[in-house]
Write a protein that binds this ligand. Sequence first.
Ligand SMILES: [Zn+2]
Ligand SMILES: [Zn+2]
Length: 121
Amino acid sequence: MTNQRREIFCAVAASCEHPSAETIFLQVRQTLPKVSLDTVYRTLYSLEQMDLLNRVGAASRERFDGNMLPHAHFVCTECGAVYDIFPSQYAVPAAPQEARAFGAVCRVNVQFKGICKQCRK
Ligand SMILES: [Zn+2]
Ligand SMILES: [Zn+2]
C-alpha cells in the first residue's frame, strides 16, 4: 500500500460518519498537500474493489464506510446522512437460496432509504 493510499484508508476507517470523498479530501490534504480530489476518488474506488471499505449512501451522494462488520444502513435521501444499524438492533439477512443459486454470496448490502428525523422537522 502506498503512503497516500494508507492515509486515505485510515481517514475512512477512523471515521464513524461515513465520510464523503470531499470530506476525506479536506482531511488528507493536511498531510498530503499535493493530493487531488480525483486521486481521492480513484483511491477510494480501488480500496472498495480490494474489499477494504464499502460504498454506501444515496445516488450522487456516495459515502464511504471503513467498518466491514456486517451491518445495515439508514440513508436520508434529503440530506445524504448515513446511519449504522448493527445486528443487535436488526439481523442482517442471510442470502436466500434464490441468491445463492447464482453463485457464492460474499456480502449482503442492506440500505433503508427515507427521510431522517432532522429533515422531517
Ligand atoms: Zn436528512
Ligand atoms: Zn456503516
